[in-house]
Design a protein around this ligand. Structure first.
Ligand SMILES: [Zn+2]
Length: 208
């Protein structure tokens, strides 16, 4: 891969933006006020802004292997905190995707070194939903369902944080779980029952 291409592309991108709007970069330089925090997978096929048709300044993005929200991950927790408390986003999305390599790896018996502790969080999701998953005979369907359940559990992990609980109470912030189907390009809303989950878990996780 010739990286010079990247800089050529960048020049073309700049002229494209300027031809649309003369003061595009002056405006961009003034600051950001995204309304959405997107937490997705690092997978190169699942391009956050592109698949949502959003541009610079419109979405605050965090990506890691298998779109995880782990309470001791300083990186993810800083992103959530900054987006919710400072940028005041009103929507937080966890977006998983079918054919996720991270989820697949967590379904197999293999020692993957430093990835083990990360992927163990997905094995924990499997354990929580073992009965449902083990009842699915078709391996591909089981894999797809684990992708969805992992998104759901990461939404639950968001709801366990003080920042999300406060923003929900003060300004009705919403958490959403989505899945991107890499086979069709379709974005699917899992319609996770935010209110129901809150009712169910707040007894235990209430912080503020
Ligand atoms: Zn993935």
């Amino acid at each position: 891969m010739n990286l010079n291409k990247v800089f050529e592309n960048n020049k073309k991108w700049i002229s494209g933006k300027l031809s649309e709007k003369e003061d595009y970069f002056e405006e961009l330089g003034k600051g950001q006020s995204p309304e959405l925090l997107y937490i997705g997978c690092s997978d190169s096929r699942v391009t956050a802004e592109d698949l949502m048709g959003m541009g610079p300044g419109e979405v605050f993005v965090h990506r890691n292997i298998a779109n995880m929200v782990i309470s001791i991950d300083l990186n993810a927790m800083s992103v959530v905190n900054y987006a919710v408390e400072h940028l005041k986003v009103n929507h937080v999305v966890v977006c998983g995707h079918y054919a996720c390599g991270g989820v697949k790896a967590a379904m197999q018996s293999a020692d993957l070194g430093i990835l083990n502790p990360w992927l163990r969080n997905i094995r924990d999701v499997y354990r929580l939903h073992k009965n449902e998953l083990n009842a699915i005979e078709n391996e591909d369907k089981k894999y797809d369902r684990l992708v969805e359940l992992n998104v759901q559990e990461q939404c639950v992990n968001l709801i366990k944080t003080a920042a999300i609980q406060k923003a929900y109470r003060d300004r009705n912030l919403k958490v959403h779980g989505w899945v991107f189907d890499v086979h069709t390009g379709k974005l699917i809303d899992l319609e996770i029952d935010f209110e129901g989950i809150l009712k169910n878990i707040m007894e235990i996780y209430h912080l503020d």
